[in-house]
Design a protein around this ligand. Structure first.
Ligand code: NAD
Length: 281
């Protein structure tokens, strides 16, 4: 029977560490990390995410700002807002909450953020640095997964890791981070033979967005299972991408949904913003 990985508790610890470092930065260098969050329009999920990010930023002692242009903002206006934040020395991290309205080219906006202020780690320069194994801003969700693995004493080095999903925000950077940690990595997608690949995994990370896609009986006994999926079911409850009850019987460690990876994403955003501030001067 697997042990549960308590993402909520780890995330609280990470935020406390950041808070301690912020106090030191303030005292020693007179530097207060600043996070600017841009939320365009009235997407209800974005509102919840941004509120959570702002609250966490305030709790760890950052300056934080929310820019909230309405959904009719033009691409040029949004680009000039990003430019203003790029130029502001008090802003160390800029996060443009996705999705953006359809008339805006998200890639243009993401690419307009200075790479050193790109605390989401989505800028092509940061993605390129990750793919070349060089330092840079890393996307928060896979960074949070790496921290959870570390917390349970799971060193990926020499292990077989299987990542299900290859999105730019989770699966692909996840695979590259595991590779950088010397795992042997397989990346799965819709054309993969999931049952066969999953059965080989010492470390399994699933980010597909399909409830209970991964059957418990596929899992290798003793595997560490990280479920990134967050699927809202008709009854309002959240379900992961892994058949939790069955997987728990075989895994050594497993993340619950909710309370696993979810809380880590915001905590790692705080870490990225802190690092951006430290590197700023
Ligand atoms: P996405 O839709 O951009 O990508 C999903 C990936 O999964 C794709 O690469 C696709 O090839 C693969 N996939 C989809 N169906 C599959 C199938 N049947 N078999 C094999 N592969 C399949 O999604 P995303 O943004 O990467 O998010 C994935 C999940 O993680 C979602 O449930 C999302 O809500 C969740 N998520 C959670 C957090 C968090 O903080 N915990 C952050 C980001 C995303």
């Amino acid at each position: 029977m697997a042990q549960l990985i308590d993402g909520k508790a780890v995330a609280a610890r990470v935020r406390a560490e950041v808070k301690g470092e912020v106090e030191k930065l303030k005292a020693e260098r007179g530097l207060v990390p600043g996070l600017a969050v841009v939320r365009v329009g009235e997407d209800p999920a974005s509102k919840i995410y941004v509120t959570g990010k702002k609250k966490a930023a305030e709790e760890v002692g950052f300056n934080s700002w929310e820019m909230h242009p309405d959904e009719h903002i033009t691409q040029a206006e949004l680009l000039s807002l990003v430019d203003k934040l790029n130029a502001d020395p008090e802003v160390h991290g800029i996060l443009v909450q996705l999705p953006l309205p359809k008339h805006i080219d998200s890639e243009r906006i993401i690419s307009a953020v200075k790479p050193e202020k790109d605390v989401d780690g989505f800028h092509p320069v940061n993605a390129g640095r990750l793919s070349q194994g060089r330092p840079g801003m890393r996307p928060c969700t896979p960074l949070g997964v790496m921290r959870l693995l570390d917390e349970v004493g799971c060193d990926p080095s020499g292990k077989k890791a299987v990542v299900v999903g290859r999105s730019n925000i989770v699966g692909r950077p996840m695979a590259l981070m595991l590779l950088a940690a010397d795992a042997t990595v397989t990346v799965c997608h819709r054309k993969s033979n999931l049952a066969a690949e999953v059965a080989t995994a010492d470390i399994l990370v699933v980010a597909a967005g399909v409830p209970e896609l991964i059957q418990g009986e596929w899992i290798k006994p003793g595997a560490v299972v990280i479920d990134v999926g967050m699927n809202r079911m008709p009854d309002g409850k959240l379900k992961g991408d892994v058949e939790f009850a069955a997987a728990k019987e075989r895994a050594s460690f497993i993340t619950p949904v909710p309370g696993g990876v979810g809380p880590m994403t915001i905590a790692m955003l705080m870490c990225n913003t802190l690092e951006a501030a430290k590197a700023s001067r």
